[in-house]
Design a protein around this ligand. Structure first.
Ligand code: NAD
Length: 339
């Protein structure tokens, strides 16, 4: 774990257990130079404890990059609560998590992520003020989706020469809080949707409401389409999956889509334009950060609108430097964080 912390330049890793509620939680703080570390809390099952720590560390680094490129006065952090099959008192579990966050003295501010909800954050808020995306503050997912939609249009423009999505075949992997909202906007813009989710109910809803074509989860990445939009969990772009892709571009909300930067080079070699995840999905962070600072809705909306432009700038740099957009975005973010 120390080697990973060193290679990602992660500042600290905090662990907590609470025998009463069964809480087992990890908080990774990547960097606090620009301000307190801000990032969501995942509540998921993991194959082992080490995977949970690795997930938190890698996600926290992504949050630092995301905040830096979005020009937000926050560092990057992420929390993971390891989900066990039986939880008797979910509210109590999140209150215990809130006490853990309070013990970090404001160095980390938490928010919702996969597996958590605004109601969970209300429980956290009973124990600490270092929390965003409570019921009162609002769910970041629709804002993340708004940014992803703008990013998909910018990607279509850069790769296909048009930001008119009408008739484009877009494959959405994962119809959760963000993915479904992205699919709704794509449908409204006239795109033809190919969708998959592990939850058949969500697929059924997309078929009924968005005229989406259902595809088996294992088949979606290799299904021919214009744009593949990964909106489920991370690490779906590896050497093998990239060799099977049959799309012109990859642009979706999932965090940590690439298993390594070499995979980004492989995408580049195949002529597949890749939207760096922490650029295209920064809408959620922008929303929680500005909301936490008490900014008005108009300011937040204007900030969200810049995501497409930022992505276009990354693509232009990448083309000029003949490098993958992922390498360009990482170099820009590191310059901003460590300069
Ligand atoms: P969610 O848990 O609501 O939805 C994820 C969905 O993906 C679920 O419906 C799940 O069944 C599905 N899924 C998982 N693996 C899949 C697979 N292999 N094939 C098909 N479907 C699969 O999560 P969310 O909040 O919508 O977030 C989705 C992604 O976007 C995550 O990576 C998250 O970190 C990232 N993200 C979320 C936000 C936010 O505000 N919620 C902001 C930025 C980035």
């Amino acid at each position: 774990m120390f080697a990973l912390m060193q290679s990602t330049r992660t500042h600290a890793l905090h662990l907590a257990v609470d025998p009463v509620t069964g809480l087992r939680a990890v908080v990774a703080i990547h960097d606090c130079r620009a301000g307190p570390a801000l990032g969501g809390c995942r509540y998921l099952a993991y194959p082992d404890d080490e995977s949970a720590m690795v997930d938190a560390i890698r996600l926290a680094q992504g949050m630092s990059f995301k905040a830096a490129l979005a020009g937000l006065p926050f560092g990057g952090g992420k929390a993971v609560i390891i989900r066990s099959p039986h939880v008797e008192n979910r509210a109590g579990l999140f209150e215990a998590f809130g006490r853990f966050i309070e013990s970090l003295d404001g160095r980390y501010i938490t928010a919702v992520d996969s597996g958590t909800s605004t109601t969970d954050m209300d429980c956290v808020a009973q124990q600490t003020r270092h929390v965003t995306s409570t019921t009162a503050a609002g769910d970041p997912a629709p804002h993340a989706a708004m940014g992803v939609f703008a990013g998909i249009r910018a990607t279509a423009m850069a790769r296909l020469g048009t930001d008119n999505l009408e008739g484009l075949r877009i494959a959405v992997q994962g119809l959760g809080n963000v993915g479904y909202a992205v699919a709704e906007q794509l449908h409204a813009a006239g795109a033809e949707l190919l969708v998959s989710d592990l939850d058949q109910g969500k697929v059924q809803l997309a078929m009924e409401q968005l005229a989406a074509h259902p595809i088996e989860p294992s088949a979606l990445p290799s299904t021919p389409c214009d744009i593949f939009a990964p909106c489920g969990l991370g690490s779906i772009l590896n050497g093998q999956s990239v060799s099977q892709l049959r799309c012109a571009a990859v642009a979706g909300s999932a965090n940590n889509q690439l298993t390594s930067l070499q995979v980004a080079d492989q995408l580049e070699k195949r002529g597949i334009l890749y939207a760096p995840d922490y650029v295209i999905n920064s809408g959620g962070l922008i929303y929680v950060a500005l909301k936490h600072q008490g900014e008005a809705v108009g300011t937040i909306t204007a900030h969200l609108a810049r995501i497409g432009t930022r992505l276009t700038e990354v693509y232009a740099h990448a083309q000029a430097e003949k490098r993958s957009p992922a390498r360009v975005a990482e170099a820009l973010a590191e310059k901003l964080i460590y300069a």
